[in-house]
Write a protein that binds this ligand. Structure first.
Ligand code: NAD
Length: 188
């Protein structure tokens, strides 16, 4: 509601990795809330015909800063929801890819959000904890020594988002999800 009061219109949202487990349902929800044309779904894969028919879709590789920036500028984007990532199983098989997508891809999105004053949501994971984290009533701020490349990159993401918030006033939000499986999409 705050956004409507301030701007007199719905926010325009760009979603990266929108064809993944979280993306499909999230885009559906956001489109029902803010209008289909205000939610630009992106990914590096080809969407199904069904997904195509629900609203705008564009190719966006998070490793390509200029390509992302073009989408943000051309569509007057206000918020970025960043879902592109290489998750734990694939990350352990290909750590170099996880480092590239989860560190460099996130850094591109972070810098883009700063440059264009966008609000940024990027989920984290319980994988950011580790075996030495207290298991009972785990506090938000606690021992975090993840043992997977995925967890390490997500902890880095949390800290960078916090740093950009403190240093540049970026509106960065995150949330540590547990394991989520989708009814629409097989696991990446
Ligand atoms: P997913 O693997 O299903 O989807 C990730 C998407 O990112 C895919 O559609 C893939 O094509 C896309 N992608 C990969 N490389 C890309 C690139 N270079 N440029 C653009 N897109 C690229 O993942 P998900 O389960 O939907 O997870 C979404 C977010 O939520 C991730 O940040 C993940 O870390 C987080 N999360 C997921 C879970 C879970 O259990 N699913 C739990 C905690 C956090």
């Amino acid at each position: 509601m705050h956004f409507y009061a301030q701007h007199g219109r719905a926010p325009r949202v760009l979603v990266t990795g929108s064809l993944g487990q979280l993306g499909i349902g999230f885009v559906r929800l956001m489109r029902s809330k803010y209008g289909a044309s205000n939610v630009i779904a992106t990914d590096i894969r080809r969407p199904s015909d069904e997904f195509w028919s629900t609203g705008p879709f564009a190719y966006a590789d998070v490793l390509d800063y200029k390509g992302l920036e073009r989408l943000v500028v051309d569509n007057g984007i206000d918020w970025i929801v960043h879902f592109s990532a290489v998750l734990s199983a694939v990350g352990e098989k290909n750590p170099q890819l996880a480092l590239k997508v989860n560190l460099n891809g996130f850094q591109n999105v972070l810098d883009l959000a700063k440059a264009h004053q966008l609000r940024l949501l990027s989920p984290s994971t319980i994988g950011a904890f580790g075996p030495s984290t207290p298991k009972d009533k785990t506090p938000d701020i606690t021992i975090m020594r993840p043992k997977t490349i995925y967890g390490i990159t997500k902890l880095h993401m949390e800290l960078m988002g916090e740093y950009y918030h403190q240093r540049y006033g970026l509106d960065f939000r995150s949330l540590r999800y547990p394991g989520i499986i989708s009814a629409d999409t097989p696991p990446g």
